[in-house]
Design a protein around this ligand. Structure first.
Ligand SMILES: Cc1cc2nc3c(=O)[nH]c(=O)nc-3n(C[C@H](O)[C@H](O)[C@H](O)COP(=O)(O)OP(=O)(O)OC[C@H]3O[C@@H](n4cnc5c(N)ncnc54)[C@H](O)[C@@H]3O)c2cc1C
Length: 458
């Protein structure tokens, strides 16, 4: 890096805002499997004005930039290369305004998801996006990746909770679209352009988030299901029978349930012989009412022979025990060398896809281990495939992703493309679609300085 660029960056962000040398190499590029930071410098602007000046300078010098939030991304999108500098949002953590009447929260992009949830809760409101990495993931990162998580079925992905945002373009232009209203059809919806664009079109610097009334009651059940075809019937029954309150429909295949409950980490709430286990959760405003609704649903499902066993939780402790099984990804590390996949596909295609995949994997790796769980209501499956050597990952990726092309599936349901899934984007997007993405990229970032090499190559 030219010394004058470094000096000019320091002039903008000051000594606190610029890290170099071992302060950079001691940082990680990711919380899970992170490599040490390869970049030449980490720039930490204190506000949008500094961010804008930094990008303007980088644009003039054609200096590639990697944007970093909480580093919890799972597709290596925030990984750095030696010719890059990092722009980190870690000093942009202001909660700017909570508007109770409009039910909006305006924040800087470096605020963590958990801090947003807590700020909403303090005002007796609710920010519905939620995921396991909430303590580190930033609002900017969740916007850049259009994060999904545990409540998509009811509230949608991140894009459904963002009313407006401010983004700084590659040349430093600050686009302020801090819209607060739900209805605003005035030309192109610019905030949506940046949501899910993985930092390739602009750096998100602020956001106006849509808050919801806080659900004050929930009811949760674990049920056992014998047959895949019953799962979608049960989902339909839950959607219609819970008065719009269904907030989770999480399916654990036997392989997952057995693995997680077989050690001494959890007591299995029901026996481990059933092919499928489902967590059904409903949210509303009255505890008795939600319990009653869910109980009636379980009775109807038993009568229709859609479920074989059911536990309706009676306390928060019982509820937490059930969710702890679903959330226990650590148990999966026993399958090392282990590979995780986040895909989506239409529910009617799932069973055949998984059977064919199982056969293909058995041919290549007879001792492999396949574990499946997911947000079935969103068509989103998480596959964990163990006992496959890391050196054979490319073959494994091809076996998992290629069949999705013919059945309307997606190689990434919620984790995006980054570097990791770039070779497989073609299985979910047509050539014309990818070409249009490139046209947008070229228009907004003609020197290709923002997160170059992620999503696709120019
Ligand atoms: C335990 C765990 C559970 C998870 N569960 C889920 C889940 O349920 N659903 C889900 O969708 N994801 C999940 N994730 C993935 C991850 O948390 C999300 O992708 C999250 O949105 C990333 O936010 P971040 O701030 O950590 O971003 P980073 O990891 O720092 O960056 C991710 C990408 O966004 C870009 N970026 C970051 N900030 C900005 C910004 N301000 N402007 C522009 N681009 C930016 C980066 O360049 C990179 O390409 C999980 C991860 C972990 C570790």
């Amino acid at each position: 890096m030219k010394q004058n660029l470094l000096t000019a960056l320091r002039d903008i962000v000051g000594d606190t805002g610029l890290l170099t040398g071992s302060d950079v190499s001691q940082r990680q590029d990711g919380l899970l499997n992170g490599q040490s930071c390869q970049a030449k410098a980490v720039v930490r602007p204190a506000d949008s004005e500094e961010l804008s000046a930094v990008l303007k300078l980088c644009h003039q010098h054609q200096q590639p930039v990697t944007t970093q939030g909480g580093l919890t991304g799972l597709v290596a999108g925030a990984f750095t290369k030696a010719d890059e500098i990092v722009v980190s949002l870690e000093r942009m953590r202001k909660v700017i305004e909570l508007d109770r009447v409009n039910r909006t929260l305006t924040v800087e992009a470096g605020v963590t998801l958990q801090a947003v949830q807590e700020a909403a809760e303090a005002a007796d409101l609710f920010y519905p996006v939620d995921l396991g990495a909430r303590g580190s993931a930033t609002i900017g990162g969740t916007i850049a990746t259009n994060a999904g998580g545990n409540r998509v079925l009811r509230y949608g992905m991140t894009r459904a909770s963002v009313l407006g945002l401010e983004a700084v373009l590659a040349d430093g232009t600050c686009i302020s679209s801090l819209n607060k209203v739900i209805k605003n059809n005035t030309g192109y919806d610019l905030p949506q352009l940046f949501i899910g664009s993985e930092g390739t079109l602009g750096v998100v610097s602020k956001a106006v988030l849509r808050l919801r009334p806080k659900p004050s009651a929930e009811a949760t059940a674990l049920v056992a299901v014998q047959d895949f075809s019953q799962l979608s019937k049960l989902l339909n029954l839950a959607e219609s029978g819970l008065g719009g309150g269904l907030s989770s429909f999480e399916v654990m295949w036997n392989s997952f349930y057995r693995l997680v409950t077989s050690g001494d980490r959890h007591t299995a709430p029901m026996n481990d012989e059933y092919p499928f286990y489902v967590i059904i959760e409903t949210q509303g405003s009255n505890h008795e009412q939600e319990q009653q609704r869910l109980e009636s649903l379980l009775e109807a499902a038993l009568e229709a022979e859609l479920i074989s066993d059911a536990i309706l939780t009676r306390s928060e402790a019982e509820r937490e025990k059930i969710w702890a099984i679903r959330d226990d990804v650590e148990a999966l590390l026993n399958l090392s060398p282990v590979h995780g996949f986040d895909i989506s596909l239409p529910i009617p295609e799932m069973e055949a896809y998984l059977n064919q995949l199982q056969q293909a994997l058995s041919q290549h790796w007879p001792d492999h281990h396949q574990v499946v769980f997911g947000h079935l209501g969103d068509g989103n499956l998480h596959l964990i495939i163990g006992k496959v050597p890391y050196a054979e990952k490319a073959t494994l990726d091809e076996l998992v992703y290629a069949p999705l092309a013919g059945i309307g599936g997606s190689v990434s349901a919620e984790h995006c493309i980054g570097y990791d899934k770039k070779p497989y984007l073609k299985y979910s997007r047509s050539e014309a679609e990818i070409e249009l993405m490139k046209t947008l990229k070229r228009a907004l970032d003609p020197a290709n300085i923002l997160n170059p090499g992620r999503v696709f190559d120019l």
